[in-house]
Design a binder for this molecule. Sequence first.
Ligand code: FRU
Length: 459
Amino acid sequence: MNKSDAYNLKYHITPPYGLLNDPNGLAYFNHQYHVFYQWNPKGTEHKNKCWGHVVSSDLVHWQRKSVALEPSEWYDKDGIYSGGGIVHNEKLYLFYTGNVIRDDGVKESYQCAAISEDGEYFQKIGPLFEHPKGYTRHVRDPKVWRDQHGNWWLIVGAQREDLTGDTLIYKSKNLSEWECQGSFVDHDHQFGYMWECPDVLHFAENDVFVFSPQGLPERGEYYKNPNQSGYIVGKLSNTGKFNGNLSDFKELDRGFDFYAPQSFKVNDRTIMFGWMSAMNEEAERAVPTIQEGWIHALTLPREVVLMNGVLYQKPLPELQLLRLDDMHYKGEIQNNSEWLLPSTQAELIVHFSLLTENFKMIIRDAVQIDYDWEQNSLTVWRTNWLTGEREYRKATLNNKLAEMQIFIESSSLELFVNEGEEVFSLRYFIEDADQRNVLLEAGDNVGEVRMYQLQECVG
Ligand code: FRU
């Protein structure tokens, strides 16, 4: 089955076929960026998880590699679940969770590692440690880093026996013997029933704990997706505790489709990818690309910066390499402007200089962005492909709306607001591959629009 032009994503990382979920094992090794991802090569359901693999020298042009990790051992026979990567002594280490369903039906998970000298073929080294008492079998997604004293730290998402989410932290001097240091964040109340994909970002002034708690109840404009990904800012102690408040938890992305992000640091830049899906099972089963034998994508890479206690997520400057030659269009915004996108792979930048009223923007007759001037809020609408109903996500901005940078593909859209103050990532599905209209109902001369055609970058 071929990917159709109506839905194919050409500059995002997608699976060649089958199902993709979380970004995994992000690393810069042997002059290449390595991105792995959860992959079911055998179908579009959440089964048979392996690690798919792509490499790039510029974070824009990606080349597919053969499957990096697949079930082969007693400790990972039913799936290679998520985890991170590090580079040490000229080797690439991947940490992952081995998923096992025993003959009696009992499910188990093991935290494992695999090592490679060439970045392509990996030698598994099996389970690293046992889990402490007081936790269910839901312990997964190891992520490792090294501190300035040479200690290695590993965090892993977990569920306590009272069915509350948690994260465990382990310490090692040699990457093979690991000692459990207990909970990463001390908390005694319920904040979701399971924390997936924990990650720690290190900045000069503070540290940031990123995780994906499952089961937070919807609260106003927050937590509207089935599961959330967000962060708290705090400080890492040298005993491996994170001092920060769960009550400060902030969602990373305000769109419909963002989950299980992972970051890595290269030359002082923290770069993050997310999984562009946060749909419930029913909506997932109805995604039309399933008819073409594939489903889901990663987000574009974002540079993550901490400013005044807020994580900004900016599109990487490298993404300018996606632009096909010169600017396709540049013009002032007039009352009720209408344009044609150069293609369904496009970038649209809107600069506002004199915004004093609401506006409405409709892209490809599918995604609508409403700005409320009094509230200084943006609301993004799409049609739910399962129910046919219009649905929205909304964010109120802290700063005046100055810029929207929008990356459009035939079935995805990422809106970066004010250089990453807020981001909305989403999928949408329309059958008309040629629909390229953009409509902007705004005041006269409120700013300027630029458009670029973007090229295919994932082989
Ligand atoms: C998050 C997740 C991880 C797990 C992986 C399995 O989407 O549930 O916790 O390791 O997916 O594919």
